[in-house]
Structure formats: structure tokens, C-alpha cells
Design a protein around this ligand. Structure first.
Ligand SMILES: C[S@@+](CC[C@H](N)C(=O)[O-])C[C@H]1O[C@@H](n2cnc3c(N)ncnc32)[C@H](O)[C@@H]1O
Length: 269
């Protein structure tokens, strides 16, 4: 794919880039490390052309590149795409998942599969539009294989963040960036946009962090911290308070969060 931002990627239009590839590799290396089951469900083939949606810093993209003909990695974060390129991804571009549907080069039915790991739940503005875009990228019979946060994902830390904001007079709904659908909700969305669902399940996963809850919030909870951008002390207090209320999430000094993954395979009919 051609790209005007090959050396200096800019954030996708209208998006403020709050992702930090440095924080991500420091605090969140467990995310791509736990991507094995969804890569297995994808079962990439050597002749295939695959689109990785929300590819992040490209750790899983590179894994896919070894198994198929080519992979195009897209992500709305310029910082993540920059890191993906530095990590060796050959074809990585700043594209928001919501804009796929109108994308001249990608939305023309050329991909054998669209893959996505740990990213769809961030595309909350219009999840149906994202699915429409995926459909337009696929060949007939092409597959959409993904894993994302599902119903009741990270409920304890999300509840903690909601309380911390409510207590300070903010409406947490306005700052909550996630869409965690249940099986029936997402199945209907897929079927409504021209997919046959071959498998879809919620998979509970107690997840060991390689950081503490504070590090996790710093990496992933940035939207909730927006009201405190000008107040470093209050920002720190919010993070500490949420972690303090989750003391029981540490076992022998290792912090855990209860994840609930939505994993599915759908085929373009
Ligand atoms: C938790 S990371 C997952 C990255 C990678 N797939 C992995 O498994 O390591 C989520 C990624 O979704 C991307 N993302 C969030 N909203 C997006 C959007 N609207 N369009 C495309 N990517 C998005 C973020 O920039 C981030 O890189």
C-alpha cells in the first residue's frame, strides 16, 4: 500500500494519539504474548494476503508475516505504527478502523482475511461501521477472525475507574473508551453486515500482569485520566486509589486482572 507518511506518520484524522508504544512494550507485552489462540483460529496460509486491524507495535503482525504471503498492518496511532515499522513490519499505515469503509486502497475486496487482536473494543464510536469496512476489504468467502474485550471484561478495574471519576463529580461514561459486547450482540452485528458466524465465544482469562494496576491504568486507562491532565497530583491520586481498592488482585506480589475475551471467526457470504 502506498503511504504519504512513510517516514513521519501522523495521527488518523480527528484522533488525538494517546498511545505510547514505549509504555505498551514496557507494561503490556502480555497482550501480544497471549495472542496465540486467535492466530491459531486464523490459521494463516502461505498464499494469503491479510489485513491486521489495530496492529499496535506489530509483534503479532510479524508473526503473521512469517506464515502468509503478505500482511498490511493498520492502526489509528501514529506512535504505534512508527514502532511497528521500526520493529520490521513491511507494510504498516496509520488508518482508523472507522475509516476503512471509505478507504480507496484497502476497501476493495482484495484480502483473504482480516485479523484483529485486542483492538476492536477500542473502536467504540461506531462498531457497525468498522464491521462494514472489514467486509469491504475481504474477498467473497474471506474470513474475519478476531479477539477483543467482551462482556464483563476487566470489570473490577473499570468499576474502580468509574467510581474514582464519579466521586470527583465527572460522568465516567463520557471518558470510558471501551465497547465490550456479549456473544449475541456481536453475532447480530456481524450477521447484519453480511457475515456468517462460524464460531463466537466468551473466554474468561485471569491475566497475570507484568506491571501493577497503576502501570496498567497508565498504559490503557488514559481516557479516564483526561479530566486530570492539568493536575499531576490528582491524576496520581486517582491511579493510587483505584490500585488500593484492588489490593486483593495481587497474589504473592503478582498483579492480576480478570479479562473476558470475545473470540470469533466469521466468513463473508
Ligand atoms: C491493546 S493494543 C493491541 C495491539 C496489537 N494488536 C497487539 O495484540 O499487541 C490496541 C490497539 O488498537 C489501536 N486502536 C485503537 N482504536 C483504533 C481505531 N479506531 N482504529 C484502529 N486502531 C485502533 C490502538 O492504537 C492500539 O495500537
Amino acid at each position: 500500500m502506498t503511504d504519504s507518511s512513510t517516514t513521519n506518520p501522523t495521527p488518523a484524522a480527528g484522533n488525538e494519539d494517546k498511545w505510547s508504544s514505549q509504555m505498551y512494550s514496557k507494561h503490556a507485552s502480555f497482550v501480544p504474548a497471549l495472542g496465540g489462540p486467535v492466530v491459531q483460529l486464523l490459521a494463516p496460509q502461505p498464499h494469503e494476503r491479510i489485513l491486521d486491524l489495530g496492529a499496535g507495535d506489530g509483534v503479532l503482525t510479524l508473526d503473521l508475516e512469517k506464515q502468509c504471503q503478505s500482511v498490511v498492518a493498520i492502526d489509528s496511532s501514529a506512535d504505534m505504527i512508527d514502532a511497528a515499522r521500526k520493529n520490521g513490519c513491511k507494510d504498516a499505515h496509520v488508518v482508523d478502523g472507522h475509516d476503512l469503509v471509505d478507504h480507496e486502497e484497502l476497501a476493495n475486496g482484495q484480502f483473504d482475511a482480516v485479523f484483529s487482536s485486542a483492538a476492536l473494543h477500542w473502536m467504540k464510536k461506531d462498531p457497525v461501521r468498522v464491521i462494514q469496512g472489514v467486509n469491504k476489504c475481504l474477498k467473497p468467502g474471506g474470513r474475519f477472525v478476531a479477539e477483543c474485550g467482551g462482556f464483563m471484561n476487566i470489570a473490577e478495574v473499570r468499576t474502580g475507574l468509574h467510581w474514582a471519576l464519579k466521586k470527583r463529580g465527572f460522568n465516567p461514561e463520557e471518558f470510558d473508551p471501551w465497547f465490550f459486547p456479549g456473544v449475541q450482540t456481536y453475532r447480530k452485528m456481524l450477521e447484519g453486515q453480511g457475515f456468517r458466524v462460524d464460531s463466537i465465544e466468551l473466554v474468561p482469562r485471569l491475566t497475570k500482569l507484568n506491571t501493577d494496576v497503576a502501570g496498567w491504568i497508565d498504559t490503557f486507562g488514559f481516557s479516564f485520566l483526561k479530566p486530570f491532565e492539568g493536575d499531576v497530583e490528582e491524576r496520581r491520586k486517582v491511579i493510587e486509589e483505584v490500585q488500593a481498592n484492588l489490593m486483593f488482585s495481587a497474589d504473592d506480589g503478582v498483579w492480576h486482572i480478570m479479562y473476558q475475551r470475545l473470540r470469533f471467526k466469521a466468513v463473508k457470504v
